[in-house]
Design a binder for this molecule. Structure first.
Ligand code: AQP
Length: 331
């Protein structure tokens, strides 16, 4: 809780161009929390360096991610929007929480296993302890609710375990957070391999639809999306490609799965894929327009970063001193 308001926290890494998976699974849900909540949304640049980043790209994407938050409907007047590394308490609490996080727990994290397989030349300690930093991000603000996609559920459960462990070791300190995982869009899959998650760092550009892709690119990518050999638009486990496209179409058109099945009954995949591409491109057009306006105004984005960091810092500092006192540090 922050004052008398329930608190919401979430973050996105500036580790690539943001995808419609990031949009539907996370960012779009951020603006569901109105003024009755205290909301913190950060650009997780500290997390991004667990995988090697090109400095100029990281800097550019940090601005872009912040601009996208605003373009997707988060007003800086009503939400605390900031860059993670601008609030040093995130790293400070991450160290402290590392000492309450077990090696065995971290070893079981599927994201660590996946990313260490993908980046075999750079299995660094940060990649391993990533969940302790994520726990610090969340617990620093007394967060009640964390809107995330399904892939972050395991990390969130570990955050809860760390909070409970700390509270039991000392006394009630951290709020134990709940996930907010939108069941309709919790896992958007790759267009090339519909059994794998769509990820911004995927090297296959055709597998991923970026929020800022042009209309032509979006339509082209959906046209090439992997489906299956029959031509029936039907939702089912045996049809991962079509089911993924239906999930995306449902999110952008507001139609139900039954309405979609009826709409495309007796028509081929070609018509369906075109309709999905158009719905996505049209749905994202206002975001792209607003993004173009915001990204041209660097001064404004820097003002948002600065005031967001000041506000976040105020709450973070209070939590850090509480935690240090509980541990027994002389402060
Ligand atoms: N495909 C997805 N479907 C639904 N939600 C998704 N999210 C990511 N991909 C999908 C959600 O987006 C938020 C931000 O993710 P992140 O930047 O913290 O890192 P991630 O989960 O590792 O996302 P990516 O796109 O896969 O990034 P890379 O390629 O850098 O690892 C989270 O809430 C996530 O659940």
């Amino acid at each position: 809780m922050t004052g008398d308001k329930r608190t919401v926290f979430s973050a996105v890494q500036p580790s690539g161009n943001l995808t419609i998976g990031n949009y539907l699974g996370a960012i779009k849900n951020f603006s569901r929390f109105g003024e009755e909540y205290k909301t913190f949304f950060c650009v997780a640049d500290l997390h991004a360096i667990t995988v090697r980043q090109i400095p100029a790209e990281l800097r550019k994407r940090t601005y872009e991610t912040l601009a996208l938050y605003i373009a997707c409907g988060l007003s800086p007047e009503k939400n605390t929007i900031f860059v993670q590394s601008h609030v040093p308490e995130h790293t400070e609490l991450a160290w402290l929480l590392n000492c309450y996080t077990m090696f065995g727990e971290l070893s079981r994290m599927t994201q660590f296993k996946d990313k260490s397989a993908k980046h075999a030349q750079n299995i660094n300690a940060g990649l391993f302890t990533y969940p302790a930093l994520m726990a610090a991000d969340i617990l620093l603000y007394g967060t009640d609710i964390v809107p995330v996609g399904l892939d972050q559920k395991q990390h969130l459960e570990l955050t809860r375990d760390i909070a409970i462990r700390f509270n039991q070791t000392y006394s009630d300190t951290f709020t134990v957070p709940e996930g907010y995982i939108s069941t309709d869009t919790m896992k958007i899959m790759s267009l090339a391999e519909p059994t794998s998650k769509m990820s911004k760092s995927d090297e296959n550009q055709n597998a991923v639809v970026y929020i800022l892709d042009t209309k032509d690119d979006i339509i082209r990518k959906f046209k090439r999306a992997v489906t299956d050999s029959d031509s029936v638009v039907r939702y089912g486990e045996d049809k991962p490609g079509i089911s993924n496209l239906m999930t995306i179409y449902r999110a952008f058109s507001g139609k139900t799965l039954e309405e979609i099945e009826r709409e495309f009954s007796g028509r081929g995949y070609g018509d369906f894929k075109l309709a999905v591409g158009e719905a996505v491109a049209d749905g994202l057009a206002p975001v792209r327009d607003e993004f173009a306006r915001l990204i041209a105004d660097k001064r404004y984005l820097e003002d948002v970063m600065k005031s967001g960091a000041e506000e976040a810092h105020y709450y973070a500092r209070r939590m850090i001193s509480k935690v240090k006192k509980k541990i027994g540090f002389v402060i």
